[in-house]
Structure formats: structure tokens, C-alpha cells
Design a protein around this ligand. Structure first.
Ligand SMILES: O=C(O)C1=C[C@@H](OP(=O)(O)O)[C@@H](O)[C@H](O)C1
Ligand SMILES: C=C(OP(=O)(O)O)C(=O)O
Length: 430
């Protein structure tokens, strides 16, 4: 069952009356938890996932794997266990609004013996899927998709996938590549996947996929740009230790920046598979001081919030929170390179342009991004479009601008069901 947050609709974002200075402990990375679940389900022995993310996206992933016959025990929030089994249909999978499920699970379902049906939230049907469906067909999988090539999908699992070579245009989502690679070691001939088209976004997420595949024992070659090779072979069960979710931490870091305080993300590892270097560059350019020590990763507000010009293609899921900071900055910002986020939980470029304009910013919408000119901001209703990161953006603005009313905050359950309580606690302690 997905977690439901009983928060009022609309939700008035709390305003900070003093600097937010605190340490936060946040759950594990959504992206790492999703990959650990898939790799564990395809392994030849049991696995444990320590400090996973328990949220709608990962609970639905666990439920999807259970529907395919895998034993996933999520009873202990600190340590989930996965006992693989031969995958089988018939099964039905609810993907919710999760890109990770709709792109990572169909390739695994193709290995199942039986029919596996996929569907999700109304907007999930609009999210791009065609390239991965066509690549799977080229690899010998029988799939029925909607007229637009997306959900609802039916995968006719034959118990094996021939695999081999495939060409894909992954410019709309790195998850098409990650999804195919995660199951590829179990394809009879493995996989040689070549991307052809405009650049693939989210390179750090691709590196996370190849790191985790190697950690599970797969042989992966990514030495040729835009070509990924996974040799056929077994995957090992293991213990995955999940890092705190860096993208989920972004609004909390932004709180330090907006209020001139300091927020430490506790439990941050010395070396990470998430794009902490890029986040540090961006927050520093915006005016923050970022440091790492035994207590964790700390972002300190300096009282200065500068506008920036940045290509966010590597860290596109940060666009909403960075846009919120840009709307509160001293000068204009131009955030580009993220056309594909029009296919995220909502069309994030259009949604940010509409909502930031409503609160008073001057916004120009480009095909691949936004120009944001700060203006005096004012109270307003803020539509969240069922998008957790739109809610984060609104909450960040609300710290500085009284009267920001989110149409819905429960959408944050996608990746952090505790968000409303954690956010209120942050301000209460300020
Ligand atoms: O592989 C992953 O876990 C993700 C990859 C990225 O997707 P896109 O490449 O579609 O942006 C990112 O935005 C998403 O939140 C998570
Ligand atoms: C784009 C996102 O999610 P998804 O994994 O559903 O694509 C996101 O979390 O910002």
C-alpha cells in the first residue's frame, strides 16, 4: 500500500522567522533503492537493502516484484530483504507515477514466464516509454503498448530474453538506458545498447546504474560514448547500503540558503554515487557554502543569493528547487538543458513558468528551460500538479513569502512521505 499523508488541502507553507539551522536525517536515495530492488530480484541469491527509501515509488516497486513472485520483506524499515525466485506471470503492476518502475520493471518482466500488465496514475500514461518498448521488441520481447507507445503496457514474458544489439534514442530519459541495462546480464546474449539522438540527460544516474551493476557482479563496458555493453552472466545477491537521498535533501539545503542558516544532511558518506559535486557547484554559484565532514554534508546560507546561468541536464530533478531559489535571488537566472523534464511527473517547465509567475516572478519559458527574473513575490495559491518537486519548490518560496498555499502537499509521498512534518519541524526549530 502506498503511504498516504493526511495533510490539509490546500496546505499553507510555513514561513521562517529566523535562520533555519539544523541537522536532518533523511531516508535513502530513491534511485539507489529502485536499482537495488531490481538487481536483488534478478540475483542468484538473497540480498538485503539497508536504509532504503520507504515511499510510494519504492513501495510500488517492491509490490511489482512481489507480483512477479519475488519475496520482498519491507517489514523492517532499516533493512529490507529480497529473496529471488523464477519470475512469473500473470501479474499486474501499478507503476504509480514512477519513472523508475515504468522503465526498470518491463525489461525484468520480459524475463518472466507469463503475461505482465502495467498501468499507473492518469499522468503516468503521458510519460515517454516508446523508445524502451521498441528496444525491447528489437531484443525479441513481445509487448503491447497504447497507441502513443506508452502505458498501459502488456509484456508477454517468455521466460527468457534473447538480447543482443539494440539502438535507442534516450534523449527523453536516461531511465530507458538504465532500465535495459539493469536486466541485461540476464538476457541470453547480454546487451549492446547504442544511443542515437540528442544527448542523453542525467549522466550521473547512468553512472549509478553501471556502478551498481558492477557491484552485483556484472561485466559492463561504457568506454565508448553512448554505447553500453553488459555481458550475459549471473548477478550476485549482496547487502546494499543506500545513501541518503541527495535530491530529496535539496529543499532542506535551500532552506538554509533562503534563511541564512545552515542545514547538515546527516549520514552522508565520504564517497557517493549521487552527483554531490554538481550540486555543490550549483549551490555555491547561488551563494551557499558547502562542506563535508564527519557530521555530514552541510550547506550554509551566506545571506547572498545570486542568480545563475546553468545547464541542469545532469541534475534535472533539481530544476524545481533551483528555480525557487532563482525566484528569490538578487538577479536573474537562466536554467537550460532540461527539455526532457517536460516529460517528468508533470511538464515541469510549463508548471514552473505558470506557478512562479503567479507568485510574482517574471518568467520566460524556453523549449529547454526558463529565465527567471526575481521581483517582489507575494501570497498566492501554488498548483503542485501531483508533482513532489513542485511541492518542494513552493515550500522553499513559502519560507520567505507568507501566504504560499500549495493545492496539495500529499504528492510528496512519492519520494518522502514525511516531508510535511519534517518541513514544519525545520521552521519550528528556526
Ligand atoms: O534513474 C533514475 O533513478 C533517475 C533518472 C533521472 O531521470 P531522467 O533521465 O528521465 O531525468 C531522474 O530525473 C529521475 O528522478 C531518477
Ligand atoms: C523525475 C523524477 O522521477 P521519476 O523517477 O518518476 O522519473 C523525480 O523524482 O524528479
Amino acid at each position: 500500500m502506498a503511504t498516504v499523508t493526511a495533510e490539509p488541502r490546500p496546505w499553507l507553507a510555513p514561513t521562517a522567522s529566523a535562520p533555519v539551522s539544523t541537522a536532518v536525517t533523511l531516508p535513502g536515495s530513491k534511485s539507489m533503492t529502485a536499482r537495488a530492488l531490481i538487481l536483488s530480484a534478478l540475483a542468484d541469491g538473497p540480498s538485503a537493502i539497508e536504509r532504503p527509501l520507504r515511499a510510494r515509488d519504492t513501495e510500488l516497486m517492491a509490490a511489482g516484484l512481489r507480483a512477479l513472485g519475488v519475496t520482498v520483506d519491507t517489514g523492517d524499515s532499516e533493512r529490507w530483504t529480497v529473496e529471488p525466485a523464477p519470475l512469473r506471470g500473470p501479474a499486474r503492476v501499478d507503476v504509480g507515477l514512477a519513472g523508475t518502475i515504468m522503465r526498470f520493471l518491463p525489461p525484468a518482466a520480459a524475463l518472466a514466464d507469463g503475461v505482465v500488465e502495467f498501468d499507473g496514475d492518469p499522468h503516468a500514461r503521458n510519460r515517454p516509454l516508446r523508445p524502451i518498448v521498441e528496444a525491447l521488441r528489437a531484443l525479441g520481447v513481445s509487448i503491447d503498448a497504447s497507441a502513443t507507445g506508452g502505458l498501459p503496457l502488456t509484456v508477454h514474458g517468455a521466460g527468457l530474453v534473447e538480447g543482443g544489439e539494440a539502438v535507442i534514442d534516450a534523449s527523453a530519459s536516461s531511465q530507458f538506458v538504465s532500465g535495459l541495462l539493469l536486466s541485461a546480464a540476464r538476457f541470453t546474449k547480454g546487451l549492446v545498447l547504442r544511443h542515437e539522438g540528442p544527448p542523453v540527460p542525467s549522466a550521473p544516474h547512468l553512472r549509478m546504474t553501471t556502478h551498481m551493476l558492477r557491484a552485483a557482479g556484472a561485466t559492463v563496458d561504457e568506454s565508448v560514448p553512448d554505447v553500453w555493453t553488459v555481458a550475459p552472466g549471473p548477478l550476485s545477491g549482496r547487502t546494499w547500503v543506500i545513501e541518503p537521498d541527495l535530491s530529496g535533501a535539496a529543499p532542506f539545503f535551500a532552506a538554509a540558503m533562503v534563511t541564512g542558516g545552515a542545514v547538515t544532511l546527516a549520514g552522508w558518506p565520504e564517497s557517493s554515487w549521487q552527483p554531490v559535486g554538481r550540486l555543490t557547484e550549483l549551490l555555491t554559484a547561488l551563494g551557499a557554502e558547502v562542506s563535508q565532514g564527519p557530521d555530514g554534508l552541510t550547506v550554509r546560507g551566506t545571506g547572498t543569493l545570486r542568480g545563475i546561468t546553468a545547464d541542469l541536464s545532469e541534475v534535472s530533478e533539481l530544476t524545481p528547487v533551483i528555480s525557487a531559489l532563482a525566484a528569490l535571488a538578487e538577479g536573474p537566472s537562466e536554467l537550460r538543458g532540461v527539455e526532457h523534464i517536460r516529460g517528468h511527473e508533470t511538464d515541469r517547465i510549463a508548471a514552473l513558468a505558470a506557478e512562479l509567475s503567479k507568485v510574482g516572478a517574471e518568467v520566460t519559458e524556453f523549449r529547454d528551460g526558463l529565465r527567471i527574473e526575481p521581483r517582489p513575490l507575494h501570497a498566492s495559491s501554488f498548483e503542485t500538479y501531483a508533482d513532489h518537486r513542485m511541492a518542494h519548490a513552493a515550500a522553499v518560496i513559502g519560507l520567505a513569502v507568507p501566504g504560499i498555499e500549495l493545492t496539495d502537499v500529499a504528492c510528496t509521498s512519492k519520494t518522502l512521505p514525511e516531508f510535511p512534518e519534517l518541513w514544519a519541524g525545520l521552521v519550528a526549530r528556526s
